[in-house]
Design a protein around this ligand. Structure first.
Ligand SMILES: *[C@@H]1O[C@H](CO)[C@@H](O)[C@H](O)[C@H]1NC(C)=O
Ligand SMILES: *[C@@H]1O[C@H](CO)[C@@H](O)[C@H](O)[C@H]1NC(C)=O
Ligand SMILES: *[C@@H]1O[C@H](CO)[C@@H](O)[C@H](O)[C@H]1NC(C)=O
Ligand SMILES: *[C@@H]1O[C@H](CO)[C@@H](O)[C@H](O)[C@H]1NC(C)=O
Ligand SMILES: *[C@@H]1O[C@H](CO)[C@@H](O)[C@H](O)[C@H]1NC(C)=O
Ligand SMILES: *[C@@H]1O[C@H](CO)[C@@H](O)[C@H](O)[C@H]1NC(C)=O
Length: 266
């Protein structure tokens, strides 16, 4: 009897250890509001992957940084469930101090390269109204946290210090990318890839890096949940430069609009 209960508790311990090492895989899924917000989830996109297909447009204001760009900052709980839409009324202002002083950084680091050309402000508004209002931060602190933590992550520097530089011909081992991230940002990052076709073959491009940030927006924390891996063992870090951005906003915008209208008509 005693031996048996010992076996059972050892088994429980073993399963417990397994769970610690292999946390439940969750894709951050949208969910209810009013759940507890345990952390912030910063998503940075690598425009070299985003613009790979040639469908990128130059923003109407400012110029994008040649760097990882901000996608958004989500409010999530311990399990990776997104907490959103916490307040039916939302006000967002780019004119109340100190927002005007943040605008240059927002234009270059939190721009929207989707066509038609735009100034990115729709995304700032949506991120604040959808997630920001669920956080413990006010609008000023929320935007400062986004900019501060992005600068602090310093991803391009982290990579270049580890000889991981954008290249269309050399791939990198996912392990080496993760090692570089871990050495600088601990267990706070999660990387995402997209698969693209390259002639007859496929390749995996580093597309996003998500970073777990404390609820007060001040520090990087270990991610308490996992996401499904979308990267192969070999990953390309495709170059990005300003020339990849379409500046013919009207023509490109018109094309996109026509396609949308056609789609709606069907
Ligand atoms: C909802 O937002 C409004 C302003 O946008 C604010 O006055 C109000 O306090 C917020 N309500 C809650 C429950 O946070
Ligand atoms: C962004 O562009 C829209 C119109 O396209 C304009 O109404 C808005 O004031 C601009 N906002 C900023 C912060 O540049
Ligand atoms: C980026 O801009 C496009 C075109 O204006 C818009 O449709 C899209 O929703 C924006 N993306 C985000 C994340 O705001
Ligand atoms: C800001 O976002 C909220 C919610 O996403 C939306 O209701 C509102 O119309 C947006 N305001 C602007 C100026 O885009
Ligand atoms: C936002 O919150 C910070 C402290 O949490 C405070 O110092 C600041 O005055 C607040 N800003 C606004 C516009 O309410
Ligand atoms: C962001 O960084 C600036 C300058 O380093 C600092 O003054 C500010 O307190 C920081 N704000 C937040 C919300 O972390």
């Amino acid at each position: 009897m005693a031996a048996r209960s010992k076996t059972i508790s050892l088994l429980a311990l073993f399963i417990g250890i397994l769970c610690l090492y292999f946390p439940v895989t969750t894709t951050a899924a949208a969910a209810e509001s009013s759940a507890a917000v345990d952390l912030l989830y910063l998503t940075l996109v690598w425009p070299g992957a985003f613009c790979y297909s040639g469908q990128c447009c130059m923003p109407t204001t400012g110029e994008p940084a040649i760097d990882f760009l901000i996608e958004d900052l989500k409010t999530v709980d311990q399990t990776g469930q997104i907490v959103q839409d916490c307040n039916e009324t939302c006000t967002f202002s780019t004119t109340v101090d100190p927002m005007p002083s943040l605008l240059p950084d927002l234009y270059s680091n939190w721009c929207n390269l989707t066509c038609p050309c735009n100034n990115g402000s729709v995304n700032w508004n949506n991120t604040w109204c959808t997630y920001g209002q669920c956080s413990q931060l006010n609008q000023t602190d929320f935007f400062m946290a986004v900019l501060n933590m992005t600068a602090k992550a310093n991803l391009l520097e982290v990579f270049s210090a580890n000889d991981i530089a954008p290249s269309s011909s050399t791939s990198y081992r996912l392990r080496d990318i993760n090692t570089a991230l871990m050495a600088n940002l601990g267990l706070s990052t999660q990387i995402e890839c997209v698969t693209v076709t390259d002639g007859d073959s496929e390749r995996t491009l580093l597309s996003k890096i998500n970073i777990c940030v404390s609820a007060d927006g001040q520090s990087f924390i270990n991610c308490p949940f996992d996401i499904q891996s979308t990267c192969n063992r070999e990953v390309f870090f495709n170059p990005f430069n300003i020339n990849q951005l379409n500046t013919d906003c009207v023509a490109f915008g018109g094309f996109i609009k026509m396609a949308t209208e056609k789609h709606l008509a069907m």
